[in-house]
Design a protein around this ligand. Structure first.
Ligand code: PLP
Length: 427
């Protein structure tokens, strides 16, 4: 954006500026192709010599506007929307790591990401070393190898709500000449801006708060433009890409080399692009993101405080609470609030948890999180079902953990629902 607008203004205005007589609202460009006067112009686009759209797999005006808005929110040089959060995580790593490569990864990550890395990408020949999110500098250093290509972590982990010490992780990555990729889905750029703490690449599942209405599955990769690819370790950025007429990404795209390669190389070949309709819906959601996050956080704080003082509750995990071991890190990295997710255990374990969930009337039991409607989930029997007890423990998910995603309804109604369900669950 031309001006230095505040995040809530960026949410509404960045990315799309209509010209005279054009629609005020970002249009859905439901077209695969774009016409040009001459084949020369078209050829220049294919050669990446000029800017413009030629095929929706590689770029589309609706996607482009939303990408610009997200890049502005994160403070990056560029972004690329993907079909899902899963494909964003996949492409973010593949862009710098091929068979024979190695990644240092926090063990406190989303279950789907863990499966992607631990099984699918391992089968593709990429090795992962999982480290504790509370590792010391030396413990992190010990995980690096000659072939380590990047570090991966989550700012605020789903569902464990572990807050990663971003500066520590970033410093150790940079000490080894590699970038750090961070999944910023839970806090969103409204509550955490990882690039300000040395993070190089951010990924999102836009399916969550960014959309917020549970109407589209999507993902995104955002490039800070800060990593120096010219350190001898990344020839894929500094030497010609023969599959693209010898383009050298750092020369042609400068600071935006990473995100340009993700698009020109990986999106071209793997085709995990977002649909224009989904980008339109995502944009509608993002317009109210700042407002929604404020309410999610204040509602979640009230719920967490209520649960903490209730003696039917075994434990509460919410980084906004002073009792949280992650309170100090949350204050540092997310001073205005974390997110709307609170996890807790009920006395009486798994059985009481099930009874509690079945008794909720306002909150719905769904495999979703970060929605404007309050929803609740038991990860050990759903999203994290494929993980062994040991893997569950490493991911910070105890068998009795209930993940409550506090919505933006009136706090009195959410509290009343929880109270009546607790009455039924714990006699
Ligand atoms: C949901 C989620 C993902 C996966 O995103 P999809 O859009 O479901 O593919 C990745 N990371 C985090 C933190 C998530 O919550």
């Amino acid at each position: 954006m031309e001006k230095n607008f505040k995040p809530d203004t960026i949410c509404i205005h960045a990315g799309y500026k209509p010209g005279n007589g054009e629609p005020r609202v970002l249009p859905i460009v439901q077209s695969t192709t774009y016409t040009y006067e001459s084949s020369q112009e078209m050829g220049d686009l294919f050669d990446l010599k000029s800017d413009g759209f030629f095929y929706t797999r590689l770029g589309n005006p609706t996607l482009d506007a939303v990408e610009k808005k997200l890049a502005a929110l994160e403070g990056g040089v560029g972004a690329m929307l993907t079909a899902s959060g899963q494909s964003a995580s996949l492409l973010s790593v593949l862009n710098i790591c091929r068979a024979g490569g190695h990644v240092v990864c926090s063990s406190a990550i989303y279950g789907g990401t863990f499966n992607l890395f631990y099984k699918t990408m391992k089968e593709m020949g990429i090795d992962f070393t999982f480290v504790s999110p509370t590792s010391t500098a030396d413990e992190l250093r010990a995980a690096f190898r000659e072939n380590t290509r990047c570090v991966f972590a989550e700012t605020l982990a789903n569902p464990s709500l572990v807050v990663t010490d971003l500066e520590l992780f970033a410093n150790i990555a940079h000490e080894h000449g590699v970038p750090i990729i961070v999944d910023n889905t839970f806090p969103t750029p409204i509550n955490c801006r990882p690039f300000e703490f040395g993070v190089d690449i951010v990924v999102h599942s836009t399916t969550k708060y960014l959309d917020g209405h549970a109407v589209q599955v999507g993902g995104a990769i955002v490039d800070s433009g800060n990593f120096d690819w010219n350190n001898g370790k990344f020839p894929e950025f500094t030497e010609p890409d023969e599959s693209y007429h010898g383009v050298v990404y750092t020369k042609q795209f400068g600071r935006a080399a990473y995100i340009a390669k993700a698009r020109c190389h990986l999106m071209r070949d793997l085709g995990a692009q977002a649909a224009p309709m989904n980008a339109f819906l995502l944009n509608l959601g993002m317009e109210t993101l700042a407002l929604r996050m404020e309410r999610h956080c204040s509602n979640a704080m009230e719920i967490a405080k209520f649960l903490e003082q209730d003696d039917r509750i075994a434990w509460v995990n919410f980084p906004g609470l002073e009792s949280s071991p992650f309170h100090a890190l949350a204050q540092k990295y997310m001073p205005h609030g974390t997110c709307g997710v609170v996890s807790f255990g009920i006395k009486g374990g798994r059985e009481a948890a099930t009874k509690f969930m079945d008794s909720l009337e306002l909150a719905s039991v769904v495999t979703h999180v970060a929605d404007l409607r309050t929803c609740v989930l038991h990860p050990a029997s759903t999203t994290h079902r494929q993980l062994s007890d040991k893997q569950l423990e490493e991911a910070g998910v105890s068998p009795d953990l209930i993940r409550l995603s506090v919505g933006i309804e009136n706090i009195d109604d959410i509290l009343a629902d929880i109270k009546q369900a607790l009455e039924k669950a714990v006699q």
